[in-house]
Write a protein of this length. Structure first.
Length: 190
């Protein structure tokens, strides 16, 4: 079965491809020109929108992820606006560090919603995952993507950017969302 991975974010794509690799599905990239407007107020809504529109446009099964960083001292910002917070990863990180300044409450969480749509756009499966952590005062590590270099997981004493892909998978919002979804995808009779 063909499954379109409905993301334009190369970092996300790499993780999703790895998580989906063991399934007996033929993974296909989303056509580049196909961009879905994220009009939802929640990660769940946006994940559904992206999966559904890409499924209809390609007449295939499609999987989409909507995710972002919710910072306690910023009342959950940037949240669903995480991608729109700056022009590129370093701009987004710089803005977040500026907004937080010397705030000592550095608590934050990454959240991820994943949706799987049938070729007719209806949603077959959904899952969510959250990972709690802290925002550092400056970047640490050079792996991963996005906000990874400033997102620190205290019990591991590492940022996401310092983790190898297996470790990040075991604790991250996306890894947890996928963990809930993979057994269900396997069971889908299509
Ligand atoms: P698609 O919608 O095409 O999938 P996007 O980058 O626009 O790509 P989102 O709207 O879900 O995706 O925005 C997510 C933002 O949060 C984006 O800036 C990511 O870099 C960031 N983000 C999500 N997961 C992350 C992770 O595991 N590590 C670091 N940053 C992450």
């Amino acid at each position: 079965m063909k499954l379109v991975v409905a993301t334009s974010n190369p970092g996300k794509l790499k993780e999703l491809q790895k998580y989906l690799a063991d399934l007996n599905w033929d993974l296909v990239l989303k056509p580049q020109e196909l961009e879905v407007e994220e009009t939802g107020d929640t990660f769940e809504e946006n994940a559904r929108l992206k999966a559904s529109e890409v499924a209809i446009a390609t007449n295939s099964w499609a999987i989409a992820d909507d995710s972002g960083l919710q910072v306690d001292a910023l009342n959950g910002a940037p949240g669903v606006y995480s991608a729109r917070y700056g022009a590129n990863d370093s701009g987004r990180i710089a803005r977040l560090l500026t907004e937080l300044g010397n705030e000592t409450n550095r608590g934050a969480q990454f959240a991820c919603a994943i949706a799987l749509a049938r070729p007719d756009g209806t949603i077959a499966l959904e899952s969510e995952g959250v990972c709690r952590g802290e925002i550092l005062y400056k970047t640490r590590g050079d792996g991963g993507f996005g906000y990874d270099p400033i997102f620190y997981v205290p019990h591991l004493q590492l940022t996401f950017a310092q983790m190898n892909s297996e470790l990040k998978r075991s604790v991250s919002h996306r890894g947890k969302a996928m963990e809930g979804l993979l057994p269900q995808i396997e069971k889908l009779i299509v």
